[in-house]
Design a protein around this ligand. Structure first.
Ligand code: PLP
Length: 253
């Protein structure tokens, strides 16, 4: 079924679809927390609503969802405006071009995809101009840029593990920005690609190093529909789940 067909479903059917998606994901999170000996309260579900209409975001809010994520400003900005009356926290999780930053700081509470100094500067300027509260920033880690993985160049967005601390420091030192933690997407290439558990364990190590210098930077954003169990086992505090709640997307997010 395509997004368009889903969007044309009677609202009550769509509400039930979303309710059952949420219930299934909630069960998986509970089971993963139990298996890891972690309290359920340590893990926050962020529902990734990209490619789906604002009406779905509204239905999700009616089902108790409070954290939503988007990855493209063109889609997110109008959706956030349509949903401005809802008690939602907005996470921006996509690659962010500096020319979109002024728009993103109007609705985002957290940006998970901070991956270069230039973006830090642009975000800080935009926050100052918008006269808004500090913006939560996570350093996006590209685990496939790990030197020993031998997969330099191509791959996920983000900074190489060796460069995380310097960028974290930069964010922490920048007025208008708050260093919230680290984020990753499990690598598609390199030695960690076949082993999400090892990738998330590496992220946990990096998070420990960041928190040694910045104790408040506690967010570990990792795990999606396909690998949330491994992420929770490795200590993720925030899982970003799209398809398992909303259904398969008809276009790539
Ligand atoms: C789309 C997306 C997700 C959610 O992926 P699913 O596989 O649909 O759960 C999580 N994180 C980021 C950065 C994404 O772009």
């Amino acid at each position: 079924m395509t997004n368009q067909q889903l969007a044309e479903f009677p609202a009550s059917d769509r509400l039930e679809q979303l309710r059952s998606g949420l219930t299934a994901v909630e069960r998986r999170i509970e089971a993963a927390c139990a298996a890891a000996g972690r309290p359920r309260s340590e893990v926050t579900l962020i529902v990734v609503t990209k490619t789906y209409p604002a009406s779905d975001t509204r239905l999700l809010a009616s089902l108790g969802v409070r954290e939503v994520a988007e990855n493209r400003d063109q889609d997110a900005a109008p959706k956030a405006a349509e949903c401005a009356d809802l008690p939602l926290t907005w996470h921006f999780v996509g690659q962010l071009q500096t020319n979109k930053v002024r728009s993103v700081v109007r609705y985002a509470h957290h940006v998970h995809s901070v991956d270069r100094t230039r973006l830090v500067t642009a975000l800080a300027d935009a926050v100052a101009k918008a006269e808004r509260p500090p913006l939560g920033c996570l350093v996006q880690v590209a685990l496939d840029k790990e030197k020993e993985a031998g997969a330099a160049g191509e791959g996920r967005a983000g900074v190489a593990p060796d460069d995380v601390l310097a960028l974290a420091e930069r964010i922490a030192d920048t007025p208008g920005l708050r260093l919230d933690g680290v984020m990753t997407v499990a690598p598609l290439a390199g030695t960690l690609a076949a082993d999400p558990a090892a990738a998330f364990a590496r992220l946990a190590e990096i998070s420990t190093a960041v928190r040694a210098a910045h104790p408040a930077a506690t967010m570990v954003s990792a795990g999606m529909s396909g690998d949330l169990e491994q992420a929770i086992a490795a200590g993720a505090t925030h899982v970003r789940v799209g398809t398992a709640v909303l259904g398969a997307r008809s276009r790539l997010g």
